[in-house]
Design a protein around this ligand. Structure first.
Ligand code: NAD
Length: 357
């Protein structure tokens, strides 16, 4: 075990949480920030006591004393070039999802990480939600018997949907369902996905923006074990809290069934100013006094420990690539109105498959 120096690229919502988590971790010797919005850079640098702060992320990559980099910048087209540069300069990398835009980019990142013997992981934070981890445990320790089928329905608020669709053409499959695809594929390992069918559904988002943005996307995935599962992903709920999310999980096996309510209806705050809202309901979570409600702090600490103690990362880049292949197939299926078999032909550009706006 050794103390490490950590760089964070992009200190917006998620990068801010990661920076704050690093700042109080005894395994982190020094923190270095890169952010293009000067006021946000100054704010996070002050809050975390960062050793250096810059608008140019290359300065972090050229600093030989920095061991690991967390990439939390948007838009998502930045993920590939930033991760490629970071891995090429010998940094261990934590990269927010999506791993890349195209499959061949993901392959390049995986190959650089392997060649340089670096930790490389993707931000599938929901694996660090204890309720999700419990499903994985029951799915693999025999509690539920053999897996039969699964369902995950996730919806987020319209304001967050607008933020995401304002910066990227990626679909609900690529940006929302991606977490749940990763989660169920992880629960069903070693089975592999062989077929995907998906439909997109239009409503408020298209009416509001005039752009070709669906409200929801439904995805059915068939595995080589014969199990199939359904993921429903939406981003058009009315406001219930800033960046509200709600998730419902059903996992059915031959010996049992597990139902998880992660809809965040268990906490209700009502004030004259906001009406009824549901705090602690975002996907990454939030700091609450001395503790953290949600998965992102634990996920960040896991990466710090993986680097400092030379432990394996929970989410492998190969798994993230598999998830990417499934959501690309979902987008192709929705576009063609027909099931799509896996594996996809290598390196198919997302633009050809995505829900173009
Ligand atoms: N795991 C989760 O639960 C979860 C939740 C939300 C978002 N995400 C993912 O995390 C990523 C970040 O999302 P967010 O909501 O924090 O975004 P955000 O827009 O709030 O923050 C991104 C930041 O990157 C900065 N930036 C842009 N270009 C930069 C550059 N060249 N150098 C340095 N900084 C730069 C922006 O100024 C901004 O502050 C997204 O890719 C998203 O997919 C994950």
């Amino acid at each position: 075990m050794k103390q490490i120096n950590v760089g964070i690229i992009g200190t917006g919502w998620c990068g801010g949480i990661r920076a704050q988590t690093c700042a109080t971790n005894p395994l982190v010797k020094s923190l270095h920030l890169a952010e293009t919005r000067p006021e946000r850079l100054a704010e996070v640098a002050k809050a975390t006591g960062a050793q250096t702060a810059t608008a140019d992320y290359q300065q972090i990559l050229h600093n030989d004393s920095i061991d690991a980099v967390m990439i939390s910048a948007t838009p998502e087209v930045l993920h590939f070039p930033m991760a490629r540069d970071a891995l090429s300069s010998g940094k261990h990398v934590f990269l927010e999802k999506p791993i890349a835009i195209e499959l061949h980019e993901a392959d390049e990142l995986i190959s650089i990480a392997r060649k340089n013997k670096l930790k490389f992981t993707i931000g599938y934070s929901q694996r660090f939600n204890p309720k999700f981890a419990y499903v994985k445990q029951c799915a693999t320790d025999g509690t539920l018997g053999k897996p039969v089928s699964a369902l995950v329905s996730r919806h987020i608020g319209r304001n967050l949907g607008k933020k995401i669709t304002g910066r990227t053409k990626l679909s609900p499959a690529a940006m929302e369902a991606t977490h749940d695809l990763d989660f169920i594929l992880w629960c069903l390992e070693p089975a592999k996905p062989v077929r995907v069918y998906s439909q997109v559904n239009y409503g408020a988002m298209r009416e509001a923006s005039g752009a070709d943005v669906p409200d929801t996307q439904y995805i059915t995935v068939t595995m080589d074990s014969g199990v199939s599962f359904v993921i429903c992903a939406g981003w058009s709920l009315p406001p219930a809290y800033p960046n509200f999310s709600m998730t419902w999980i059903e996992f059915v096996g031959t010996e049992g069934a597990l139902v998880i309510d992660d809809t965040h209806r268990d906490t209700m705050l009502t004030t004259m100013k906001t009406g009824i809202v549901h705090p602690m309901s975002t996907m990454p979570g939030e700091f609450v006094e001395h503790t953290y409600a949600g998965p992102m702090a634990a996920e960040t600490i896991h990466f710090i420990e993986a680097v400092a103690c030379d432990r394996p990362v929970l989410v492998t880049a190969e798994q993230a690539r598999q998830v990417m292949e499934v959501y690309l197939a979902a987008d192709i299926s929705a576009e063609r109105n027909e099931p799509v078999n896996l594996p996809l032909p290598e390196s198919r550009p997302l633009a050809a498959a995505g829900v173009a706006r």
